[in-house]
Structure formats: C-alpha cells, structure tokens
Design a protein around this ligand. Structure first.
Ligand SMILES: O=C(O)CCC(=O)c1ccccc1C(=O)O
Ligand SMILES: [Mg+2]
Length: 324
C-alpha cells in the first residue's frame, strides 16, 4: 500500500543572501512524503532561483505527476525529470529502502569572508582537516589575490577552496594569480570556474599551477568527466544535477579518472542538507563537503543541522498542497 503527500515550504533567509543578481529573501520548495506499508520517508525539492532551469511551481507540478505514478506502482523515469524533482524523489525512495546510510559527514568547509582571525577561531572548534572556502570574483581580482595569499600565509596547514563562479576574464584571473605567491599555490585545493569559458579556465590552471574545479561546467550540455592537467575536482550540487543514481554515477566516474568529487549545497533547508551530508559520507567519505550554508537561513526545517541553534519548523506547520 502506497500513498504520497506534497508540502510547500517558505523559509526566511538571512538578510544578506545574494544569488547572482538578486537577493534571496525567502527560500521556497517542497517536501515529499512517501508512505509505504506504514513507513514514512521524506525528500526535499528546492529549485534554486537563477541556477535551476525549473521554477518551484514547475517542479511542484512535475512532482505531483511522478508521485501519482509512484503511488500507482509504475516505474519512474527520473532521468527525464527536472534535477531538483529527481533529487528529492530519489532521496525519499532511498530513505524508504534504507539505502541512504544514516551517518553523515558534518565537517563542512567553512565559507569565510577573508578574515583570518575568524577562520582560526572556526578551525579551533573543528576536528579534522582544515579546509575553507572563499568566494572570489566579486570585487577586484587583485584584492582577491591578496586575501588568498594572506590566508594561506596565516594558516599554512589549511587547504583553501576558492570559487570565482566564472566571473573573471583571462586577464583578471592572471591579476589574481600574480598576487598568490608560487609557494602558496599548492595550498589552494582548487579554484572553481575562474573564467567564463572552460577553455580559458583550463589554460589558466596550466599557466599558473593553480588547480581548478568544475562546477557550472558539470551542468553544461555535453559535459563528460575526464582527467585534464590542472583539473582537481568536480563539484556536485545534487539539486542542480538530478537523482541520487545520477549523482553517484558522476562521483564514480570522477573517482575512476582520479578527480575529487565534492558534494555541495544548493541552499537546501536543513532537511535536504542533512541528506547531502549523508550522501557525502557514503560516497565521498574522505572529502569535506561544501555544505556550510545553514547560516544563511533564519529557520530550520523538520530536522536540525548539528550545532545549529536556529528554530526548527515542523512538518505540521507546513501547508499540504497535494496527496494521493
Ligand atoms: O559549495 C559550497 O561550499 C557552498 C555552496 C555554494 O557555494 C553555492 C550555493 C548555491 C549556489 C551556488 C554556489 C556556488 O558554488 O557558487
Ligand atoms: Mg560555484
């Protein structure tokens, strides 16, 4: 016996969350509830504005169709579904089958703004390897280079991840690199997507000795996982990629060619974020995931994120918009 429900959520964000060009005031999404033989399981569907191709409305409509098929016992074609829908439904199905192990990797790479004292403080409270992430490409490239160099000098045993989100021209990327001393470049685990064109990013990596990682490129049509000089990692944001099976295939392909796969958030609520931490522990056990995004919210959803003291909204407080 199967039944399914879809709930809608709207969570207030911290006032400073900017996505590309717009401020994200409220995070909107859906919670899927599957019920089979009296057992309940949950998943989160949360297309990210400006990143996802689908809107929350479109995702909700498609989720209803797929959940109807699931209730009827039909096979689901999640490869043809929107990525956020495929991810949320596949997580709920995996929960029912107890396929997603319960232990999570909650050692996130702190997203930091460039203040070394702040970072030293956070590392002191954290076990494990020191890995931090900073966003670059928003201000002057030279300033980014100086900040990165200073952090690597201040915390020599740290691995720094940088993320330019394709903001630099090849010239700006060079200006950045010029300020990072050659002896510090190995402290950069990777720089995500320095340039608009992947070919420029590759050339940058090869010219500077600074490793890069693919994030946006993983979602480009025709992307294939391959080893290339200067490429260290691929970033996997499941909400933007698709089903658990699709994510796991990408992770296995990355590992087969010697690339690191990093599970990363697309600003899911604490519900989805916990599942991502579990996926990370299961499929990329020795890699610190990019999940330091709970601090961008004002509330949590259904479950709490370890160490997070924000209030938790329960399922009974959400609107159930559909059931079958
Ligand atoms: O990857 C992380 O560490 C945090 C997540 C993150 O940076 C992110 C989250 C949502 C949308 C885009 C991005 C990004 O990689 O730029
Ligand atoms: Mg990125």
């Amino acid at each position: 016996m199967r039944s399914a429900k879809l709930f809608q959520y709207q969570l207030p964000m911290d006032s400073g969350v900017i996505l590309r060009d717009q401020r994200l005031v409220t995070r909107e999404g859906w919670v899927v509830e599957l019920c089979q033989d009296q057992q309940l399981a949950y998943g989160e569907i949360a297309p990210l504005p400006e990143f996802s191709v689908e809107t929350a409305i479109e995702a909700g409509e498609q989720a209803q169709q797929l959940l109807s098929q699931w209730v009827a016992g039909e096979a689901l074609d999640l490869d043809a579904a929107f990525p956020s829908v495929a991810f949320g439904i596949s997580c709920a199905i995996a929960e029912l089958a107890a396929e997603l192990p319960v232990t999570g990797n909650y050692l996130v790479a702190p997203l930091c703004c460039g203040d070394p004292d702040d970072l030293v403080e956070r590392f002191n409270q954290m076990p494990g390897d020191k890995v931090a992430k900073i966003k670059v490409g928003m201000y002057e490239a030279v300033r980014d280079g100086i900040v990165a160099n200073m952090l690597l000098e201040a915390i020599p045993d740290m691995q720094l991840r940088l993320d330019a989100n394709r903001q630099w021209t090849p010239l700006k990327a060079q200006q950045f690199a010029k300020y990072v001393k050659p002896e510090h470049r190995s402290g950069i685990a990777f720089l995500e997507e320095p340039c608009r064109l992947p070919s420029d990013s590759l050339a940058f990596a090869q010219q500077t000795g600074i490793n890069i990682a693919w994030d946006e490129t993983v979602r480009d049509a025709g992307f294939e996982v391959k080893a290339e000089p200067g490429v260290a990692a691929i970033i996997i944001k499941p909400t933007l990629i698709g089903s658990l099976a699709r994510c796991i295939t990408l992770i296995e392909q990355a590992h087969a060619v010697g690339l690191t796969a990093v599970i990363s958030s697309s600003l899911e609520s604490s519900l989805g974020l916990n599942q991502l931490a579990r996926l990370a522990q299961w499929q990329t056990p020795n890699v610190i995931p990019g999940l330091d995004t709970m601090q961008l919210f004002q509330t949590q959803l259904m479950q709490s994120w370890p160490g997070c003291e924000l209030p938790v909204i329960s399922l009974s407080e959400l609107d159930m918009v559909w059931h079958k």
